[in-house]
Write a protein that binds this ligand. Structure first.
Ligand code: GLN
Length: 487
């Protein structure tokens, strides 16, 4: 098997056994990237120089035995471009940050470097992570490696495309309302949105701070779990950080006997692609055959989660994005006569349509007269949704649903920026509102061959249950590579 298509954990083992050098890995990876990037556009920045020098350093640490306990030393990782990397531009796929070079590393980046992973590039995304297609990027859209006429999803579309196209072994994305799980689903990968607080947000450019989480994407469950182990842990630099010990090797038990699985009735009754519905039912059967119990339960509260998500995420985005004023960070427009004009021109020129739309929505729901009716009310419904989850988790270990209602749409499809009342966002965003962990794992493919995922939601800090169930299911359905035009 080629270096770039090898599972990350296996490659790391071979590097440790001196079968392959880290420099060989990086060179092979760069070759693939340069071959495929013209077609996919997964990356905004490829960090060739840094990766090659990091390779030497990591090889030395491996040779000295310093990384014996690091499961992923020497493998390549792609980073969503809203995670700050010292000395490497971090654009958020926005014109306003197109030349922004952070003076510090995000905590997750420090952890990756400590663990000996090689940062191979910064990936494309929807501008400021607002979107579900990677099409709002200032740097052009990304293509789905399963079929380049389709979107890879978003907002972490570049991180998913890079891993699916074997342009990186694993990657980091961020998930505010599904942005790790949905692209993982569209690209046939495993993605994990961790429990709020278990992965530091220090150095993640904020979109909606009470919902944002960084998480891993990989081609299989063990790789994804190992990457989660590397990036999680308490960080004094993030005030919402919590301590939670996770060990991927302890979670990888392929046994779900006695596990209780709940399925929210509204998710099952939703209008979805027939292939997705059929495979979802088959997946539930598979779990039953493996010894788990499956039960439907009522979850009416979840019907309001898209509206609640929109009010809260836009309100938080409105205040988070007020820092881009042409003074402190990034772009400064020319031709202004006073301070107010500077703000106005910079923000008008620097932000794209979707970002402006959300800032305006946020301003609206926070304005006097609307604040109680929208923002405060959304907070109350958010509470009810969390409470409903808490109750459900008294009975179940895992809550399951499809990740999306459809497979990746063609890039030519006109996109509407306001999702419908019941959309894929309904399946994903309630998890962020409650701060729960959830994974997307491959579940099947539709008639056109496009992949789709199964969503496993766990209790707060229940990543271990998720990984256990995901691993058991994965063994019944081994990883499939894309067979796109370039493969
Ligand atoms: N698609 C959702 C949105 O557009 C979620 C985005 C995200 O999770 N960053 O807001």
């Amino acid at each position: 098997q080629e270096i770039t298509s090898m599972p990350a954990l296996e490659l790391a083992r071979r590097i440790k056994d001196k079968e392959i050098s880290v420099t060989e890995v990086v060179k092979a990876q760069l070759d693939i990237i340069y071959k495929k990037e013209p077609a996919y556009n997964s990356y905004i920045t490829v960090t060739e120089k840094e990766a090659l020098s990091q390779a030497k350093e990591v090889q030395k640490r491996i040779d000295e035995g310093e990384l014996n306990h690091s499961p992923l030393a020497g493998v390549t990782v792609a980073i969503k471009d809203n995670i700050c990397t010292k000395g490497i531009r971090t654009t958020c796929a926005s014109k306003i940050l197109a030349d922004y070079i952070p003076a510090y590393d995000a905590t997750v980046i420090e952890k990756l470097k400590d663990a000996g992973l090689i940062l191979i590039g910064k990936t494309n995304m929807d501008e400021f992570a607002m979107g579900d297609s990677t099409r709002t990027s200032y740097f052009g859209e990304t293509k789905n490696p399963w079929n380049i006429k389709h979107t890879p999803g978003g907002s972490s579309g570049g991180s998913a495309a890079a891993v699916a196209a074997e342009e990186a072994h694993v990657s980091l994305g961020s998930d505010t309302g599904g942005s790790i799980r949905q692209p993982a689903s569209y690209c046939g990968l495993v993605g994990l949105k961790p429990t709020y607080g278990t992965v530091s947000r220090y150095g993640l450019v904020a979109f909606a701070s009470s919902l944002d989480q960084i998480g891993p994407i990989g081609r299989n469950v063990p790789d994804c779990a190992a990457l989660y182990e590397v990036i999680s842990g308490y960080d004094p630099k993030d005030s919402t950080s919590v301590n939670s010990a996770f060990s991927h090797s302890q979670a990888l038990l392929d046994d779900v006997r006695g596990m209780k699985i709940g399925v929210p009735r509204p998710f099952l009754e939703a209008d979805m692609d027939e292939d997705i519905r059929r495979r979802f039912h088959e997946a539930l059967k598979t779990f039953e055959n493996m010894g788990a119990f499956v039960e439907l339960f009522d979850f009416e509260e979840v019907k309001y989660c898209v509206q609640v998500y929109q009010v809260i995420s836009c309100a938080e985005a409105f205040s988070n994005l007020s820092r881009y004023d042409g003074v402190k960070y990034g772009l400064r427009a020319g031709g202004y006569d006073n301070l107010e004009e500077l703000y106005k021109k910079t923000r008008s020129e620097g932000f794209g349509y979707e970002v402006k739309r959300r800032i305006m929505l946020g301003a609206f729901v926070l304005s006097r007269g609307n604040y109680d009716a929208y923002y405060i009310k959304a907070g109350k419904i958010r509470r009810l949704i969390s409470e409903a989850y808490r109750k459900a988790f008294e009975r179940y270990d895992i809550i399951m649903s499809p990740v999306t209602l459809r497979t990746a749409p063609p890039l030519s499809e006109k996109k509407s920026s306001s999702p419908g009342k019941f959309s894929s966002l309904t399946l994903n965003s309630s998890v962020n509102l409650a701060g729960l962990p959830a994974a997307s794992i491959p579940c099947g493919r539709d008639k056109k061959g496009m992949p789709f995922g199964l969503q496993l939601v766990g209790k707060w800090f229940g990543e271990k249950d998720i990984i256990r169930a995901a691993y058991a299911f994965e063994r019944t359905m081994p990883y499939e590579r894309p067979e796109g035009e370039l493969m």
